[in-house]
Design a protein around this ligand. Structure first.
Ligand code: ASP
Length: 344
């Protein structure tokens, strides 16, 4: 008898321990919504405190707008487009106003948006007069049978769609012009010395400040959006990774990714899609998948990326000295950062 009592006691103890474990599960529940943003991987070491503050304030403003949409039940697509529009209008970033110059002294803008719940995507490349290329990309997704429109065709569609137009020099800023002169000088010096002037040998650009946003909404839908002026002193007609679905921008039902960095490298390694593939086929976490691409497959200083998964996990990973970025979710997280550390 005492043995039976002891066995019963042990059984009861085990059962109550299991119940306790089950009860504790809800505290680790995934966030209901989540959002991450970036303002490019070109943040150089040694920015003045004033320049850092300006960038952090801009990131906070954009992140708050995305948070407000998601926390009031809005869609991840609306949040991603809104955040990217705000950063496109901000001259501190290399997208929309503030875009870098081509070597011909003009601006050619690329943007893409993708809806992870339907795999619908829209992108534009080489647009010159569209104030907010991300909104034109969304209209390509919603109003055409196509994914990517380029150059004159994209401009003609912009006219049909009635989006806001600006003269090409609306995008120009003194900072982007100084950067063009610096890169062209450097190129001329190298050429005079007989060195090759390919992309990999160019100094990491301080204007590598493409913008992007990935979001998960309360309905469980993921979206990714990215917008850029490209790389300083690029050849006219050059298209980077941003509007190439699977390279700089990708979203499906499992995760959404937006990249920043040397676009040619992100195209070669189909980085955005590869992050999601590693999560799908190797079961990696967003952080581990992003690390694999940024640290093991790309070259040091190639750039960075942001990921949000369907469970609301966020990863913000870069190999450059800094990446302007931010993250927020329904558990109360709200932080922005430029270098390794984040600020609340
Ligand atoms: N990825 C962009 C491009 O190559 C540049 C950037 O991230 O700033 O067009």
């Amino acid at each position: 008898m005492p043995r039976l009592t002891l066995a019963l006691l042990i059984l009861l103890t085990l059962l109550s321990a299991c119940a306790a474990v089950q009860r504790s599960e809800p505290t680790s529940a995934a966030p209901r919504w989540a959002i991450a943003i970036h303002g490019g991987a070109g943040v150089m070491a040694g920015l003045s405190p004033e320049a850092q503050r300006e960038r952090l304030d801009s990131l906070r403003r954009a992140l708050s707008a995305g948070r407000d949409i998601l926390s009031s039940g809005g869609s991840s697509l609306d949040a991603a487009e809104r955040v990217v529009r705000i950063l496109e209008d901000d001259p501190l970033f290399n997208a929309g106003k503030g875009a870098v110059f081509t070597e011909a002294g003009t601006h050619e803008l690329d943007a893409a948006i993708m809806d992870g719940s339907t795999l619908k995507a829209g992108a534009v490349a080489g647009v010159k007069t569209v104030r907010n290329p991300i909104s034109l990309a969304r209209l390509v997704m919603q109003q055409t049978r196509h994914v990517l429109l380029t150059g004159d065709g994209a401009e003609a569609f912009a006219t049909e769609a009635g989006v806001e137009r600006v003269p090409n020099d609306y995008f120009s800023t003194p900072g982007a012009r100084r950067e063009l002169e610096r890169v062209l000088d450097d190129r001329r010096r190298k050429q005079a010395a007989g060195a090759s002037a390919d992309l990999q040998s160019e100094p990491p650009s301080t204007r590598m400040s493409t913008v992007g946003c990935v979001a998960l909404d309360t309905a469980g839908r993921l979206a990714a959006a990215t917008s850029t002026g490209g790389l300083t002193a690029k050849r006219w007609g050059r298209v980077g990774d941003v509007p190439i679905i699977g390279a700089g921008t990708y979203a499906n039902a499992l995760a959404a990714v937006s990249c920043t960095g040397v676009g040619e490298q992100f195209i070669r390694h189909t980085v955005a899609r590869e992050v999601v593939a590693l999560m799908t086929y190797r079961g990696l976490s967003p952080r581990a998948a992003a690390d694999e691409l940024i640290s093991n497959r790309l070259n040091p200083d190639d750039g960075g990326l942001i990921v949000v998964s369907a469970t609301g996990e966020i990863a913000l990973v870069f190999s450059t000295p800094g990446m302007a970025r931010g993250a927020a979710d329904s558990s109360g997280r709200f932080e922005v950062g430029l270098y390794r550390e984040m600020e609340r």
